[in-house]
Design a binder for this molecule. Structure first.
Ligand code: 5RP
Length: 222
């Protein structure tokens, strides 16, 4: 099975967590694209979707799935998204696609966060994948210096603006032994909009695609 087939398999498995007649939260990335395509097969059984990126919104619309603004939705039973790295504690690094801020907001609202990945994303410790920070443009150099002070090597993502009009600094060289503490610390640097550690609100369920099938981890599998 190649990586795309694994992504497709786990995306289909996530349909079991979608709540009928409700709005579903949809993240972004290539694994989520497979989820959106799978969601289209049951579109008559959901009210619509909140999208965490413009790209996902476009794909959902093309399938004829109604898009809701997060502000118009009182509750979001389920949010489905991918990750760049994930641990067995269901802490994640996200933001490889640059949609981290809207993803973190949507995840915060959701009752259940279902993370969908192929097995290559499971790591013992977060940090090999460069940690993305969404940064207000005028704070780019200051935040870069703050990250250097913490032993990281920040790099400006070239020719890239987030959906919110901001920049992304990709930070190599961090070993994240205490992800919730580092997430809070980086949130406190002036000019950082969001950092890509998703640990204070971890996933509730991790669906992991392996050649043998989809393995589910987490306390809230139902
Ligand atoms: C985008 C994300 C994605 O979920 C993450 O990059 C994983 O993407 P893919 O499924 O393409 O590997 O956080 O901001």
């Amino acid at each position: 099975m190649n990586q795309d087939q694994l992504k497709q398999m786990v995306a289909r498995e996530a349909l079991k967590h979608v709540v009928e007649d409700a709005v579903v939260g949809v993240g972004s990335g290539s694994t989520v694209n497979f989820f959106i395509d799978a969601l289209a097969t049951i579109k008559g059984r959901i009210e619509g979707a909140v999208a965490a990126s413009e790209a996902s919104a476009e794909r959902l619309k093309k399938h004829g799935i109604r898009i809701f603004d997060l502000n118009s939705v009182n509750e979001l039973p389920v949010y489905v998204d991918g990750a760049d790295e994930v641990t067995e504690h269901l802490h994640m690094i996200k933001g490889g696609g640059g949609a981290l801020t809207r993803e973190k907001i949507t995840a915060a609202v959701a009752k259940k966060f279902v993370c969908i990945c192929d097995a290559s994303k499971l790591v013992p410790v977060l940090g090999k994948f460069p940690l993305p920070l969404e940064v207000i443009p005028m704070a780019r150099s200051y935040v870069g210096r703050e990250m250097l002070r913490r032993g990281a090597h920040p790099e400006l993502r070239q020719n890239f603006k987030t959906d919110n009009g901001n920049l992304v600094l990709d930070c190599r060289g961090l070993t994240l032994l205490d992800p919730p503490a580092m997430e809070a610390e980086l949130n406190n640097i002036a000019g950082v909009v969001t950092n890509g550690i998703f640990a204070r609100r971890p996933a509730d369920v991790l669906l992991l695609a392996e050649a043998a099938g989809v393995r589910a981890l987490g306390a809230r599998l139902a």
